[in-house]
Design a protein around this ligand. Structure first.
Ligand SMILES: [Zn+2]
Length: 294
């Protein structure tokens, strides 16, 4: 497989349908390494990451797309986000002790892992209003929930397939764009592409190159595959952002932590980077001008 950690756009010449295809390997592996997620949880997380990568293609300007679900099941929260520059990060929280050995080691439906839950898709452009769409999770398959989101919120017919194993995660999307054609022609053409799209198998998504997947599905169509964009794991945490989050806790609580533990130590939940703050640094945080004297 040649297309590891890339996202590629494709177009069907002469139609109003666009597509995106993605494969994540080391970016996905880096995010599950050292996390000790059960296999079933890692597989669903891989699908969330692949979906975030596909959805980032809708960002026309710098910004971030995130896909998050909160539920009542073993996974209390799962999220993946991808920036306009294809930088990915994500996390899963929950208590997996009650999963049976089979539920831990084999792929599970979304409802087994998340229970009753909702899916929130947030688009945060850097320089304009953020937009959030929320849909109930009513299918055991994540891609069905995302298709429903597109139908409800963006109102663009969209088909998505996601796949994951322990080594990589993959996704493919086709979307019908607003068109000048008559509705009947448009629907006929869209239905034809959807029928072909529906024949992809997850094994093919995980094993074939992007070009080979598109050939396998659409070898009688005129498909144009664009240049690959590189995906990477990147955490946007920083000392400055950590300080901003700490300030909301209030100085008294932070000074008490310094008293009890010698310092305030914050570990980033995404990348495990540690940020330490001494008592003096906490005081400066709440009185920034005093820091300028040094
Ligand atoms: Zn971080």
């Amino acid at each position: 497989m040649k297309d590891q950690d890339t996202l590629q756009r494709f177009l069907f010449d002469g139609t109003d349908t666009r597509g995106e295809i993605t494969t994540l390997a080391s970016s996905y592996q880096n995010m599950v390494a050292s996390k000790n997620y059960p296999t079933s949880v890692a597989l669903l997380f891989g699908e969330f990451l692949a979906a975030a990568s596909l959805l980032s293609s809708s960002l026309k300007y710098p910004g971030i797309v995130s896909i998050q679900a909160s539920g009542s099941g073993p996974i209390s929260m799962i999220m993946a986000e991808c920036s306009h520059g294809q930088q990915l990060r994500g996390i899963v929280r929950g208590n997996f002790d009650d999963l049976t050995a089979k539920q831990r080691s084999e792929r599970q439906g979304v409802s087994v892992l998340l229970g009753k839950s909702t899916l929130a898709i947030t688009v945060e452009p850097e320089n304009s209003e953020r937009y959030q769409g929320i849909v109930p999770i009513e299918s055991d398959i994540l891609s069905d929930c995302l298709e429903y989101y597109f139908e409800q919120s963006v109102q663009l017919p969209t088909r998505i397939r996601l796949a994951s194993n322990e080594i990589c995660a993959a996704g493919i999307l086709i979307q019908q764009m607003p068109s000048s054609q008559t509705i009947i022609e448009q629907q006929h053409e869209w239905q034809h592409l959807c029928t072909l799209f529906g024949t992809i198998k997850s094994g093919e998504q995980l094993e074939l190159s992007h070009n080979d997947q598109l050939y396998r599905l659409f070898n009688e169509e005129k498909v144009r595959l664009f240049k690959a964009q590189i995906l990477s794991f990147f955490c946007s945490c920083s000392r400055h952002r950590t300080e901003q989050a700490l300030v909301s806790l209030g100085i008294e609580e932070l000074l008490q932590t310094c008293e009890d533990q010698g310092q305030v130590l914050i570990t980033c939940q995404f990348c495990a980077e540690q940020y330490e703050f001494t008592k003096d640094q906490v005081t400066t945080m709440f009185n920034p001008s005093s820091g300028l004297l040094h």
